[in-house]
Design a protein around this ligand. Structure first.
Ligand SMILES: [Fe+2]
Length: 241
C-alpha cells in the first residue's frame, strides 16, 4: 500500500488489526452479539484518501467541566475520585493530536443514568456519567471522574460486569474511530465476563486494563490511572463488541 500526499502532510494507510487481538463476531457466550453480528464474511475495502483523511470534525463547544465529571453538578458526586489520563496513538505509534475522546460510565453504585438501567442501586443527583475532551498536541488526554461500580446484567445467571469506563475516540478520520472499555487492574470479575473474555489474545485483553500510576495520583485528593489507547493496527486496543 502506497502513501497518499495531500497539501500539508503525508498520510499513511492504517495497518490492519490482528484477529487474535479483537473479539470474534459473533461470540456465543456474549448473547447480544448473536443478534448484531454480520451474517456474511466482512469485505475489506482498500484505503483511499477519503477513508484516511475525512471527514474532519470541528472542535464543537467543549465546556469547561466536560472533562471533569465531578464538577458537572451543584455538589460532588459520591464515590472514589480518580484521574484517568493517557495518550492516543495511531498504528505507527504516533500520537494523535486534537482528537475527540468521549467517555460514559456508571456511577459509584454501578447504576447508569439511563431509562433502561433499573436495577436496585441508587442514582446520584450529582453525577451524569458522561464526559469529553480533546487530545493536546502530544496526543494526551485527561479526565477527572469517580470510580464506577460493577453492575449486574442479564447475559447469563449471576452476570456482573467488571467496573469499566466506556471510551470513544475519533482518531484521524471516520474509519479510525475506536469504541472500547477501560477496566481497572486486578478486578475479580474478569474471569467471569464474556465481553472481556471475548478477546482471544490475553495480551490484547490486558491492553484494555488501565495501570495504577502513583505519579498521576494526587496526595489527599485522587488516585491516578494511565490508559494509553492505540486506535488501529496489530497492537490496537480491542474494540468492544
Ligand atoms: Fe457499561
Amino acid at each position: 500500500m502506497g502513501r497518499f500526499t495531500n497539501e500539508s502532510s503525508i498520510i499513511t494507510p492504517y495497518k490492519r488489526h490482528d484477529a487474535q487481538g479483537q473479539p470474534p463476531m459473533p461470540y456465543t457466550p456474549y448473547q447480544s452479539t448473536l443478534k448484531r453480528s454480520p451474517s456474511q464474511p466482512l469485505i475489506y475495502l482498500p484505503h483511499t484518501l477519503s477513508e484516511i483523511t475525512g471527514p474532519v470534525y470541528g472542535h464543537g463547544e467543549i465546556g469547561e467541566t466536560d472533562n471533569d465529571l465531578t464538577r458537572q453538578h451543584k455538589e460532588q458526586p459520591q464515590g472514589e475520585r480518580i484521574i484517568v489520563t493517557g495518550h492516543v496513538l495511531d498504528s505507527n505509534s504516533r500520537p494523535v493530536p486534537n482528537t475527540l475522546v468521549e467517555i460514559w460510565q456508571a456511577n459509584a453504585a454501578g447504576r447508569y443514568l439511563h431509562v433502561k438501567d433499573q436495577h436496585p442501586a441508587p442514582l446520584d443527583p450529582n453525577f451524569s456519567g458522561a464526559g469529553r475532551t480533546m487530545t493536546d498536541e502530544n496526543g494526551a488526554y485527561r479526565f477527572i471522574t469517580i470510580k464506577p461500580g460493577a453492575y449486574p446484567w442479564f447475559n447469563h445467571y449471576n452476570a456482573w460486569r467488571p467496573a469499566h469506563i466506556h471510551f470513544s475516540i475519533f482518531g484521524r478520520a471516520f474509519l479510525s474511530r475506536l469504541v472500547t472499555q477501560m477496566y481497572f487492574p486486578g478486578d475479580p470479575l474478569f474471569a467471569h465476563d464474556p465481553i472481556y473474555q471475548s478477546i482471544p489474545d490475553e495480551k490484547a485483553r490486558e491492553r484494555m486494563i488501565a495501570k495504577f500510576d502513583i505519579e498521576t495520583t494526587q496526595p489527599q485528593w485522587a488516585l491516578g490511572y494511565r490508559f494509553d489507547v492505540v486506535i488501529r493496527g496489530p497492537v490496537a486496543t480491542p474494540f468492544e463488541t
